[in-house]
Design a protein around this ligand. Sequence first.
Ligand SMILES: CC(C)[C@H](C(=O)O)[C@@H](O)C(=O)O
Ligand code: SF4
Length: 468
Amino acid sequence: MKPPTTLYRKLVDSHTVTQLDEQNVLLFCDLHLMNEYTSPQAFAGLHEQQREVAMPGQNVATVSHIIPTHPVRNRVIQDPASALQASNLKRNCERHGIALFDTNDALQGIEHVIAPEHGMIRPGMVVICGDSHTTTYGALGALGFGIGTSEVEHVLATQTLVYRLAQDMRIRVDGQLPLGTTAKDLILMIISRIGAQGARGFVVEFCGTAIESLSIEARFTLCNMAVEAGARGALIAPDRAAADYVLARAPDIDATQRELALAHWATLRSDEGAPFDVEHRFDAAQVAPYVTWGTSPDQAVAVDGVVPAAEGAQRTSIEQAQRYTGLAAGTPLEGLAVQHVFIGSCTNARIEDLRAVAQVVGDRHVAPGLRAMVVPGSGAVRAQAEAEGIAALLMRAGFEWRQPGCSMCLAMNDDVLSPGERCASTTNRNFEGRQGRGAITHLMSPAMAAAAAITGRITDVRKLETLP
Ligand SMILES: CC(C)[C@H](C(=O)O)[C@@H](O)C(=O)O
Ligand code: SF4
């Protein structure tokens, strides 16, 4: 009998072309996503060697990082270097017959938002991209992970990758998330507990009753941020909800294939007794709205908490983060004034996120003097939010309603904060300078960011109803 196997090993085994040595396999990649940022040199290398793209149909590209998000139709990239990246991507895709969601495509968006929404991600796939948040696809039972530029070149040439095996970690979360908390709060709590390197070298499988009851979009949020704990991949065994999500976006799967697909997807789970190298357990009931105070995603506390003292092994990094964020030990997070609110990114710019924001905002208004921006994750999300009246509600409340893109998630386009500005942000990284040189990022859920927009301060969304 075959020994019990983890879902991760099953995915690796089913994609192994050949075992190279004890640590490395040659892995077949079902789908390779590309962006304008990490692909140009890869194409240049390919061309230098006069090689072709092995399987163009298994590659898809989008412009996501550098694109302006001003609320205009014709989006022209002003910065010459960025414009060149976008035009290179277009030329390379045309030359090799690769599908591209170009700058003015109505469906353009952040790579990790558009890929699943168009049914490109299916359970059991291996999906790679020159971008660290490719872990997102674990939400559908696909092994997704980021690769470097030289690897992008290898994948273009062969559709395979030299892959170093990871270890298996299981994170079990049972119970029910308390009202007012979300998958974002859960993952911020987990990262704060296990640390920014806590899952380094591991592929994490999330399981437990709390995970099972998450919507697919919430699972994307969770798996997206697993990389902020250092994980090399994140997985959730595909269940009925995952299958329904995929089937609703897979017109190519007919009735016969459907049964075959469902039967195959049902095998995509860790066997009883499968060995995990490390296991963690969390109780969903302990989750509160979480907010980062520092410059690493693990520097987070519950909103009613305070900036911790600089002590222990982390002392130096804590001191440095306190200096950068201008927050001394003991400072409460709740009530801290922010000048900016950013709602967007591949972590939290899907339709459910925007619905959550709209629900919190209701008929209230953005605090005077505060700039609040909503950047939907894709053209499809934007259109859906407009159809549902969410866009109108947000604009009425004083939010800027933008075109899709990475935007202020990272200072690589026109949407940049000024030095010293403090931002409540639904993104995934709060590194120094991430949203602009000298700017300070506080990561939180969309509902919490909405609450901050209304009050102009970091606010416990659970108390918002009772605030004057
Ligand atoms: C620019 C890109 C390579 C980068 C990543 O790998 O994640 C970016 O998307 C980010 O979020 O920091
Ligand atoms: S939205 Fe942010 S995290 Fe996601 S791909 Fe873009 S820059 Fe990276």
